[in-house]
Design a protein around this ligand. Structure first.
Ligand code: BGP
Length: 473
């Protein structure tokens, strides 16, 4: 029997600073690693960047008014570290802090719960230069100081805090696939930076507890279940490997302060273990998050991959169906296409049942409430002559995922809320502005900073109704 959504369910939507704000060098903001990375030729789709993005920095009141009109209960956004501390540390830039204070006050005035992500990938370039960013333990103190400024300033106003957005993504793409800064392909450095990112996460949670900040804190993790292509035990084992390496390697650390046994053995065998100092594991063990933040987009199918098998591959950043190049980890698994699911134009599987499975797996293994911090459909949208946008495919996508959440809740999973990605259209890191996720269309084709007009899509009105009826469909 399907149970209703809880009364206080957080109906929300999400964004990230670099993808919407623009004003990349305004009011004292320092450069982040993304401000520079997008300028390397060939790294982003047709060289698109977030210099102007959708100019949310200057239009946040208009955007919040739209959120209020839709009836959002929560809005998840990230703070750009380089607005608060242009060099990552040192003097606070009051103007940068004021931007977020004004945004938070505006949300509260409209009865929208602000949900703040501390880090959505835009590391201060100054810290990358000074000591290699996440590769040095110095970042633990710098990050914790930065977070403390926000905790103290917004304590009482902000109840939901997200530490790191998708550590798995920024580590793997930054230190292996070279799709993100710092644009490195080096396994040893990757596992080192990852261990330090774990310490950063734990240190920030520990600080939050020490300061007795009222509210909830946790990381957001990109997870989609790994399936096996069939019941061939070799392929089933490959899917298990993918779960261990792609999910447990992070979430076990967040929840238990321990690396999965089998991954740790593999790291030792391959001479890739990070440097673990006295006290590290103790810090990790005692920083249990209040919730597991889940960013869910797709599932992955796995098959056996020999040692001389498939390696890096290539993700689809063009929006031309079928341009993904198969990837894998030799000796462990390879990712293959799912014959049962529909795909987006960027080859992402559409799999609402996978979300139910994800919620159940996380709930059983980690015994924490789950906050869905991202889910959505990236597609081409068309602005009609009468200024309407019929994104019925997006409505159908979200509707099916809400049914899956409702099923998981009925299965007994504690889901605190659901944030769609994204509220307005915004910059997709690697895919430009053509891959749209929003309820609100923004015309970016002819970039005119004075224009960037907002148009409500069909999905805007549909989600408005869903919120009004608390998910009843
Ligand atoms: C997540 C990120 C978001 C957003 C989303 C969509 O990994 O946290 O910032 O970009 O994915 O991905 P994409 O823009 O690649 O389609």
């Amino acid at each position: 029997e399907r149970k209703p959504f809880p009364k206080d369910f957080l109906w929300g939507s999400a964004s990230a600073a670099y993808q919407i704000e623009g004003a990349w060098d305004k009011d004292g903001k320092g450069p982040s690693i993304w401000d520079n990375f997008v300028r390397i030729e060939g790294k982003t789709f047709k060289g698109t960047n977030g210099d102007v993005a959708v100019d949310h920095y200057h239009r946040f009141k208009e955007d919040v008014a739209l959120m209020a009109e839709q009836g959002l209960k929560t809005y998840r956004f990230s703070v750009a570290w380089t607005r608060i501390l242009p060099n990552g540390r040192g003097e606070v830039n009051e103007k940068g802090l004021m931007f977020y204070e004004n945004l938070i006050d505006e949300l509260i005035a409209h009865k929208i719960e602000p949900m703040v992500t501390l880090y959505h990938w835009d590391l201060p370039q100054a810290l990358q230069n000074a000591y290699g960013g996440f590769e040095s333990r110095e970042i633990i103190e710098d990050f914790t100081n930065y977070a403390t400024i926000l905790f103290k300033r917004f304590a009482g106003k902000v109840k939901y805090w997200v530490t790191l957005n998708e550590q798995n993504i920024f580590i793997i793409h930054g230190y292996k696939l070279q799709n993100h800064p710092p644009n490195v392909n080096n396994a040893k450095r990757m596992f080192q930076a990852n261990h330090i990112a774990n310490l950063v996460n734990a240190s920030v949670i520990t600080k939050f507890r020490e300061l007795n900040i009222p509210g909830l804190i946790g990381p957001s993790f990109a997870y989609g279940p790994n399936y096996s292509i069939d019941s061939n035990p070799k392929n089933v084992l490959a899917a298990e490997n993918a779960e261990d390496f792609g999910a447990h390697f992070w979430m076990d650390v967040y929840r238990f302060g321990e690396y999965p046994i089998m991954v740790w053995q593999w790291l030792k065998d391959n001479n890739l273990t990070p440097e673990v100092l006295d006290g590290d594991m103790d810090l990790l063990k005692h920083a249990i998050p209040d919730f597991m933040g889940l960013n869910y987009y797709r599932t992955t199918v796995n098959a056996d991959n020999p040692l001389d098998g498939v390696g890096l591959g290539k993700i689809n950043t063009t929006g031309v169906k079928g341009s993904t190049v198969e990837s894998g980890e030799p000796g462990l698994y390879k990712h293959v296409s799912n014959p049962y699911t529909d795909k987006t134009n960027w080859d992402w599987d559409i799999d609402p049942t996978g979300l139910r499975i994800a919620l159940r797996r996380i709930a059983s293994r980690y015994r924490l409430p789950i906050l869905i911090t991202e889910n959505g459909l990236g597609e081409y949208d068309k602005l009609n002559d009468d200024c309407t946008i019929d994104d019925s495919y997006r409505i159908e996508y979200i509707r099916q995922h809400l049914v899956a959440i409702n099923d998981a809740i009925s299965d007994g999973v504690n889901v605190l809320g659901y944030c769609t990605w994204s509220f307005t259209d915004l910059l997709s890191w690697l895919n430009g502005y053509q891959k749209r996720y929003g309820f609100v269309y923004i015309d970016r084709d002819e970039l005119d900073e004075k224009e960037l007009k907002r148009y409500k899509k069909a999905s805007f009105y549909w989600y408005q109704q869903i919120i009004k009826e608390n998910g009843k469909q």
